[in-house]
Ligand binder design. Structure first.
Ligand code: SME
Length: 157
């Protein structure tokens, strides 16, 4: 049974470091990827108060909205479109300090100002999902987020 998260103060690095073992424990023994994605989103949202945290799942040549926390969102994103579709196509993380400066950014909410998008690879090296974290503040994400969100995203494998 899930226990309440122990909410942490301190630097963002401290928060990620303390949250990580809690989320690992929460997911331990659960084989449902959907359930695990849902709890990763909830834990990140609860700890950091991000505006939007969610997974998009690769289905054929599209990304389809999966478990998320936040406002209603676009359900399908084509490969190469928006930040998420570009991260999938390029097989790399993308930090967008100002969404208005990213050509083709898909605005699901006008309140989102910056974002970070992390592809999740299966053992065969295929992208199976994308973790998308959005902030209502410009220039909100940095290398600390990139490092740690990559680790959190990999927990759903
Ligand atoms: N930011 C994404 C769209 C998804 S929403 O922000 C939830 C993009 O441009 O790919």
């Amino acid at each position: 049974m899930a226990e309440d998260l122990n909410i942490i103060s301190g630097s963002r690095e401290d928060q990620y470091r303390s949250l990580y073992p809690q989320v690992t424990a929460l997911l331990n023994g659960e084989t449902s990827r959907i359930a695990n994605m849902a709890n990763v989103c909830a834990a990140l949202k609860e700890q950091f108060g991000f505006f939007w945290v969610g997974f998009y799942l690769v289905e054929g040549d599209e990304l389809v909205l999966g478990p998320f926390q936040g406002t209603v969102a676009c359900t399908r994103i084509a490969r190469g479109k928006g930040v998420c579709g570009t991260a999938w196509q390029q097989r790399q993380n993308i930090i967008v300090p100002d969404v208005d400066q990213f050509p083709g950014h898909i605005a699901c909410s006008s309140l989102s100002r910056s974002e970070i998008v992390i592809p999740v690879f299966n053992p065969a090296g295929e992208v199976i999902a994308i973790l998308d974290v959005d902030s209502e503040f410009p220039d909100f994400f940095d290398e600390t987020d990139r490092t740690w969100l990559e680790k959190f995203a990999s927990l759903i494998l």
